[in-house]
Design a protein around this ligand. Structure first.
Ligand code: ZN
Length: 400
């Protein structure tokens, strides 16, 4: 396992129920006249990339509906300025990612004024450069929310959270109340050694927060970002690389090496899978042949095993990158710009996860079990159903 979670300095034995809420100046819900930025971001799938990828990602996103970017890194405002200068007009956020890595900052760390100002100058919503909110770190959580509120309008408090905040009922209730009474929009970053939303109670916590009415964004996610949008996230970000699709706990093994794989998004499986494994699956599941043919600009009708045949790693990465990004935005676009009611849209997402699970099972049988079915698919199927409106749900099954 990956060691301890840093930044958990607060007394985690304190019962969350007994803690008083941050309720002074409560009810300061974000006023509607100040929420133009929210209208611009509403229901947007954000592609979260490193600043080095900013130009490439922006060109892939520029003419897509309901899409935007999160630039990640301390130089994100510089990259953002360059994009705006080149005419990129889509929703844009800057993520300082100071919550990440073995040298990450704790939640109590003051914001960097320069970071705040540089986003203001670009007329972007300010995403705070928060440190990590460890298990039970109520003081840190409140500190971020209070300082964010003091920054005024168009501010998003970045909340990089230990998984217990969403996964444990008492902490979730406290988190929900703290966010609500602060009146601040929040962007969640969920820490987990694997996929946080593969854990049903964490997904349940997320959907509970999304249903609370407070403006909530989700950062550093993956295909689940599309699901989060179906269930009420103001905006949600999917990372372009596995490192940007997760927040891993800190390692006490001197930075455990994670070999970077070139993964591609398989649309009918709703999952990122290594290019070589995809090639094997393509060979061994001829009954899915029409599913393996991809019409994106990169594949141009080819079978998806072509990625594995690209020898140059940079080339392979670039092809996987543009394919995956286009496919993910397609998945979002079809749900977002449909005639489905919100409840039908949720139903449709759950159904897609369920069907993807069946494809995985089929592939798993064909490759003699050497295949992992991502747990988030079952999470969405099981937990998502709890958040459907009961009336009419049976009649609203999607049309395939
Ligand atoms: Zn493709």
């Amino acid at each position: 396992m990956s060691g301890t979670d840093g930044g958990s300095a607060q007394d985690s034995t304190t019962s969350p129920q007994r803690l008083p809420l941050l309720d002074e100046r409560a009810g300061a819900a974000i006023s509607t006249e100040k929420s133009d930025w929210m209208d611009a971001f509403r229901d947007t799938l954000l592609i979260q990339c490193d600043t080095a990828e900013a130009r490439e990602a922006s060109s892939l996103v520029a003419d897509r509906r309901g899409a935007g970017l999160v630039l990640t890194g301390s130089d994100a405002p510089v990259a953002a300025r360059a994009l705006r200068k080149h005419g990129f007009e889509k929703p844009l956020l800057c993520d300082a990612a100071r919550y990440k890595g073995n040298g990450r900052y704790p939640a109590s760390e003051p914001f960097d004024n320069q970071w705040i100002l540089s986003q203001r100058k670009l007329d972007l919503p300010v995403l705070t450069d928060s440190g990590y909110v460890g298990e039970g770190d109520v003081t840190g959580l409140r500190s971020i929310l209070a300082r964010s509120r003091e920054l005024g309008e168009a501010v998003i408090a970045c909340l990089p959270l230990h998984r217990s905040w969403l996964g444990e009922r008492a902490w979730l209730t406290l988190l929900e109340e703290e966010i609500r009474t602060s009146g601040v929009a929040v962007a969640l970053v969920l820490e987990h050694p694997g996929d946080p939303l593969g854990v049903q109670k964490v997904l349940r916590g997320l959907l509970t927060l999304l249903a609370s009415g407070s403006p909530v964004l989700l950062l550093r996610s993956d295909v689940s970002a599309v699901g989060a949008l179906c269930f009420g996230a103001l905006a949600a970000a999917a990372g372009t690389t596995s490192g940007l699709r997760h927040l891993y706990p800190v390692s006490n093994e001197n930075g455990r090496f994670r070999p970077a794989q070139v993964s591609v998004l398989i649309e009918h499986c709703l999952s990122y899978v290594g290019a070589d494994k995809v090639a094997t699956a393509v060979q061994l599941t001829p009954d899915q042949v029409e599913r393996w043919e991809c019409d994106c600009h990169t594949c141009n009708g080819r079978m998806m095993d072509h990625f594995a045949t690209i020898l140059d790693r940079g080339e392979k990465q670039a092809a996987a990158y543009s394919h995956s990004l286009e496919i993910l935005i397609n998945v979002h676009e079809r749900l977002r710009f449909s005639s489905l009611t919100p409840n039908q849209r949720r139903n449709s997402w759950i159904e897609q996860c369920s069907v993807a699970g069946f494809y995985h099972l089929d592939i798993g049988r064909s490759v003699n079990g050497n295949w992992t079915i991502p747990r988030f698919l079952e999470s969405w199927r099981a937990v998502g159903a709890e958040f459907l409106e009961p009336e009419g749900a049976m009649q609203e099954l999607p049309r395939g």
